[in-house]
Design a protein around this ligand. Structure first.
Ligand SMILES: Cc1cc2nc3c(=O)[nH]c(=O)nc-3n(C[C@H](O)[C@H](O)[C@H](O)COP(=O)(O)OP(=O)(O)OC[C@H]3O[C@@H](n4cnc5c(N)ncnc54)[C@H](O)[C@@H]3O)c2cc1C
Length: 365
């Protein structure tokens, strides 16, 4: 089921089957001057069915929102075999419960998505992309909160620490500054004059936080190169050890500096290396730890460290996942962020829709 059924820029939607790869939606829309905002790092391989099931996000979700914000309607096959359809081709539709929100992020536990109507947006007139390095990770994280606090909402603001940057540089050879303790990849888009003004303010804010090197992508090719490098982070990082655990926690953006400190303190205390990669503008952080699963002692330390990281996120008013979901791995930690009644309520929803528990059994419900 990998067909694009209808592209309708005039009414601002696209209808697709669930097996369509995210990047193919972007390719279909680009020549028409439109785009589909959710852009997971896995966009070249992940499908729209998976994106909806996980309520996927990505770098530009800082400004544009995540998958649920773009699902206008769905066709779903229930565990009973019944087919239901809800939503419509209309941008505004408040007819009954917002069922698309229930299925977005349901991780395949409530039904099989067989068709989706997705909202699309006109492509912004101008895009500007900036790579900024800092010699202090704390300052890097503070630059993020200062930019957001100044009233600018970039399309994306990606933070990388030194270990991540070096892993990227090993793979991409871009001439990045290997000594930088923190790097921000910042992108703004919109009307050209507004972008120019915002860029001036962003440069002022990063300078106030001790930016060492500020480099603007001079062409679309250069911009693509920077993003390709950023998207390669997981792959190149995974080469550092036989296994990698890449987690996904979110904290309010003002707490990104504190969460960064806590991630480093916790992993260091357990004798682990950590790379901090974050969609920092929305507080979504991906601590990545290279380790060896067959080394039971080391893996035990990895598990303990991540249990503390989840707790730290919850303590900072954060949550367990910004985009990867809960699945099997984090189900045990749900009580950190949800009370018993809320967990029971989710179980009741699952029980009502899939009474025999045949859809993705054992996941978070
Ligand atoms: C390198 C890398 C980078 C990533 N970057 C991001 C990122 O930036 N943002 C982000 O959000 N995620 C990211 N991810 C996680 C992952 O790619 C996303 O969750 C993606 O949305 C999953 O899509 P998929 O097609 O791979 O789904 P799968 O992995 O095949 O499935 C995911 C879940 O969805 C269910 N599912 C799949 N199709 C359907 C359907 N038609 N109906 C009902 N349930 C279904 C499956 O049962 C499963 O539980 C990344 C992963 C990797 C490996």
């Amino acid at each position: 089921m990998d067909k694009i059924i209808e592209v309708n820029p005039r009414d601002r939607y696209i209808i697709v089957q669930p097996g369509v790869v995210n990047a193919d939606i972007q390719k279909a829309l680009l020549p028409l001057g439109f785009f589909y905002p959710p852009d997971p790092g896995s966009m070249n391989s992940s499908t729209i069915g998976g994106n909806i099931a996980q309520n996927a996000g990505g770098p530009r979700c800082l400004k544009y929102g995540v998958t649920v914000d773009y699902v206008l309607g769905l066709e779903v096959v229930l565990a009973s075999g019944e087919i239901i359809r809800f939503g419509s081709r209309n941008i505004k539709d408040v007819t009954g419960y917002k069922l698309s929100a229930l299925f977005c992020g349901s991780e395949g536990t409530l039904g099989i998505i067989t068709e989706a109507i997705l909202k699309v947006l006109p492509k912004p007139e101008a895009v500007k992309t900036l790579m900024v390095t800092f010699n202090d990770l704390d300052n890097t994280a503070r630059a993020v909160t200062d930019i957001i606090g100044s009233g600018i909402l970039p399309a994306a603001m990606e933070l990388m620490d030194q270990l991540t940057l070096n892993a990227i540089e090993d793979g991409a050879n871009l001439g990045l500054d290997r000594n930088a303790q923190g790097t921000l990849l910042i992108e703004i888009d919109g009307v050209k004059e507004a972008c120019d003004k915002e860029m001036e303010k962003i440069i002022e804010k990063v300078r106030e936080n001790g930016a060492v090197n500020i480099q603007e992508a001079a062409s679309e090719t250069e911009r693509e190169k920077l993003w390709a490098a950023r998207r390669s982070a997981y792959g190149v990082f995974a080469k550092l050890a036989p296994d990698i655990i890449s987690e996904d926690v979110t904290v309010p953006v003002s707490k990104v500096p504190e969460m960064t400190r806590r991630i480093i303190e916790i992993t260091t205390r357990y004798g682990l290396r950590v790379g901090v990669l974050a969609h920092a503008g929305d507080g979504n952080m991906h601590p990545m730890v290279p380790a060896d699963k067959s080394d039971k002692e080391e893996w035990g330390r990895v598990e303990k460290a991540f249990a503390e990281i989840f707790k730290a996120a919850a303590d900072l008013d954060g949550t367990l996942s910004g985009e990867h979901g809960i699945g099997l791995a984090k189900a045990a930690y749900l009580p950190l962020v949800m009370n018993r009644s809320t967990l029971d309520f989710m179980k009741k929803v699952k029980q009502a829709i899939d009474p025999d528990g045949i859809l993705n059994p054992g996941k978070f419900v």
